[in-house]
Design a protein around this ligand. Structure first.
Ligand SMILES: [Zn+2]
Length: 95
Protein backbone atom coordinates (compact mmCIF):
# COMPACT_ATOMS: atom_id res chain seq x y z
CA UNK A 1 0.00 0.00 0.00
CA UNK A 2 2.28 2.79 -1.23
CA UNK A 3 2.20 6.29 0.17
CA UNK A 4 2.32 9.17 -2.31
CA UNK A 5 5.20 11.36 -1.13
CA UNK A 6 6.06 13.77 -3.95
CA UNK A 7 4.50 15.76 -6.76
CA UNK A 8 5.74 17.33 -9.96
CA UNK A 9 3.26 20.01 -11.04
CA UNK A 10 2.69 20.95 -14.68
CA UNK A 11 0.96 23.92 -16.25
CA UNK A 12 -2.70 23.60 -17.20
CA UNK A 13 -3.59 24.33 -20.83
CA UNK A 14 -4.44 27.97 -20.09
CA UNK A 15 -1.05 28.54 -18.40
CA UNK A 16 -2.93 30.05 -15.45
CA UNK A 17 -3.16 27.08 -13.13
CA UNK A 18 -1.24 23.97 -12.26
CA UNK A 19 -2.08 20.31 -12.63
CA UNK A 20 -0.64 17.29 -10.91
CA UNK A 21 1.83 16.21 -13.60
CA UNK A 22 3.60 13.31 -11.91
CA UNK A 23 3.19 11.67 -8.53
CA UNK A 24 5.93 9.91 -6.58
CA UNK A 25 5.76 6.88 -4.31
CA UNK A 26 8.24 4.53 -2.71
CA UNK A 27 8.33 0.93 -3.84
CA UNK A 28 9.75 -2.01 -1.92
CA UNK A 29 12.47 -2.30 -4.52
CA UNK A 30 13.72 1.25 -4.60
CA UNK A 31 13.66 3.05 -1.25
CA UNK A 32 16.06 5.89 -1.92
CA UNK A 33 13.98 8.09 -4.19
CA UNK A 34 10.33 8.04 -5.17
CA UNK A 35 9.20 6.55 -8.46
CA UNK A 36 7.46 9.32 -10.43
CA UNK A 37 4.44 8.24 -12.51
CA UNK A 38 1.56 9.98 -14.27
CA UNK A 39 -1.69 10.16 -12.26
CA UNK A 40 -3.37 7.86 -14.81
CA UNK A 41 -0.95 5.11 -13.77
CA UNK A 42 -2.13 5.45 -10.16
CA UNK A 43 -5.77 5.41 -11.30
CA UNK A 44 -5.10 2.23 -13.32
CA UNK A 45 -3.33 0.54 -10.41
CA UNK A 46 -6.15 1.40 -8.01
CA UNK A 47 -8.63 -0.07 -10.50
CA UNK A 48 -6.65 -3.31 -10.18
CA UNK A 49 -6.96 -3.26 -6.40
CA UNK A 50 -3.76 -1.51 -5.32
CA UNK A 51 -4.40 1.23 -2.77
CA UNK A 52 -2.44 4.48 -2.63
CA UNK A 53 -2.71 7.08 0.09
CA UNK A 54 -1.20 10.36 1.23
CA UNK A 55 -0.49 11.82 4.66
CA UNK A 56 -2.44 15.05 5.23
CA UNK A 57 -2.33 16.82 8.61
CA UNK A 58 -0.89 13.61 10.04
CA UNK A 59 -3.80 11.52 8.78
CA UNK A 60 -3.74 8.73 6.24
CA UNK A 61 -5.96 10.02 3.44
CA UNK A 62 -7.40 8.23 0.40
CA UNK A 63 -6.98 9.38 -3.16
CA UNK A 64 -10.13 10.03 -5.16
CA UNK A 65 -10.73 10.33 -8.89
CA UNK A 66 -12.52 13.54 -9.78
CA UNK A 67 -11.94 16.50 -12.04
CA UNK A 68 -9.75 19.58 -12.01
CA UNK A 69 -11.53 22.29 -10.00
CA UNK A 70 -10.36 24.96 -12.47
CA UNK A 71 -10.69 23.49 -15.99
CA UNK A 72 -12.79 20.39 -15.20
CA UNK A 73 -10.43 18.02 -17.03
CA UNK A 74 -11.04 14.42 -15.96
CA UNK A 75 -10.15 11.90 -14.77
CA UNK A 76 -8.08 13.90 -12.34
CA UNK A 77 -6.53 12.62 -9.15
CA UNK A 78 -7.30 14.45 -5.91
CA UNK A 79 -7.44 13.56 -2.22
CA UNK A 80 -10.43 12.89 -0.02
CA UNK A 81 -9.33 15.96 2.02
CA UNK A 82 -9.65 18.35 -0.94
CA UNK A 83 -12.44 20.89 -0.90
CA UNK A 84 -13.29 23.40 -3.58
CA UNK A 85 -10.15 24.64 -5.31
CA UNK A 86 -7.81 23.23 -2.67
CA UNK A 87 -5.58 20.53 -4.13
CA UNK A 88 -3.66 18.89 -1.34
CA UNK A 89 -1.58 16.81 -3.76
CA UNK A 90 0.03 20.01 -5.06
CA UNK A 91 1.22 20.75 -1.50
CA UNK A 92 3.44 17.66 -1.41
CA UNK A 93 7.22 18.08 -1.66
CA UNK A 94 8.50 18.41 -5.23
CA UNK A 95 9.81 15.22 -6.79
ZN1 LIG B 1 -7.09 22.23 -14.77
Amino acid sequence: MPEIVAVRPEQGKDGQHEHVGLLGYHSDHLKSEPIMVPPQRIIDKEALGEKFWVTIDGERTDLVVGKCPVCSIEPYLRTAADSGDTERLLELPPG
